[in-house]
Write a protein of this length. Structure first.
Length: 276
């Protein structure tokens, strides 16, 4: 395993259908365009679809890593701008219900990863399942994707509450997705931030707002990142701005900036979950 600093960003949401995976994909490509070596992990272990959104065909996936048939390097796919993609299994129920030993096996698989990485983006499942909590708790940064509908806001708040109250996560980056414009995105963020500030001891930061424009819809239909095929679109510019903002974040230092620390936190968080 490499010893260079690695930033691990977990992208999550309270509910499904808010465009979380699309944010993960386009943000990864935007970061790669800035010269970062990016690894995108599909951590929706039972219903993975990162490879589908990118139009990639995966012969092997994380289920083969767990069974010992392949290493992480074996299953890596090459995505746009050279990002590495770790595909999850899709439609395999067992992958969403891993035992403690299997989760530990997945965690230890990272120890043999040969590919050099600057940033790992972890696209978690939606909701507050144990696996989502583990990945979010172990990451350096948590990005919560929310759209302007009551269920999304309520579930995003619930996700933030669980992670802060029970698992010590105090800082969250928020992406307002599928909004009309930046003004609506800022209002949505303020709505969520007002509730969190009143009832929780957390810090919410507005990472950005992504407008749902016609170009974004076309890119999804073509199974391509919008930033790759329609670089001048409003949605593309939003992802570029978010990547630029992430580029200004302080670099993780000490043990917290290494994949070993991410693995250790995953193992520790798994033990904490079993204690609940």
């Amino acid at each position: 395993m490499q010893n260079q600093p690695v930033r691990v960003i977990a992208v999550t949401s309270g509910k499904g259908g808010v465009g979380k995976t699309n944010v993960s994909v386009n943000l990864s490509v935007a970061l790669a365009r800035r010269g970062q070596r990016v690894l995108l992990m599909d951590a929706d272990l039972g219903l993975g679809n990162v490879d589908v959104l990118l139009g990639l065909k995966s012969g092997q996936n994380l289920s083969h890593v767990l069974s010992g048939e392949a290493s992480l390097d074996d299953i890596l796919l090459e995505g746009p701008q050279g990002i590495g993609v770790l595909p999850a299994a899709s439609g395999i129920k067992h992958m969403a219900e891993l035992s403690a030993a299997e989760n530990t096996g997945l965690i230890h698989a990272f120890a043999g990863l040969q590919r050099p990485v600057d940033i790992m983006v972890v696209d978690t499942a939606a909701g507050i399942a144990d696996s989502v909590i583990r990945f979010a708790q172990a990451a350096n940064d948590v990005v919560v994707v929310v759209c302007d509908e009551p269920a999304s806001i309520t579930d995003a708040y619930a996700m933030i509450k669980v992670l802060s109250r029970d698992h010590g996560v105090q800082r969250f980056q928020v992406v307002a997705n599928m909004v009309r414009d930046a003004i609506e995105g800022r209002r949505l963020f303020e709505k969520l931030n007002a509730a969190a500030s009143r009832f929780l001891d957390v810090t919410l930061i507005h990472l950005g707002s992504v407008p749902f424009d016609e170009y974004l819809r076309r890119a999804i239909q073509r199974q391509k990142p919008v930033i790759e095929v329609f670089g001048g679109a409003r949605s593309s510019r939003a992802f570029v701005e978010m990547a630029d903002q992430i580029g200004r974040w302080p670099e993780p230092r000490g043990v917290q900036g290494h994949l070993q620390f991410f693995i250790e936190r995953l193992i520790n968080s798994e033990m904490d979950m079993e204690a609940f």
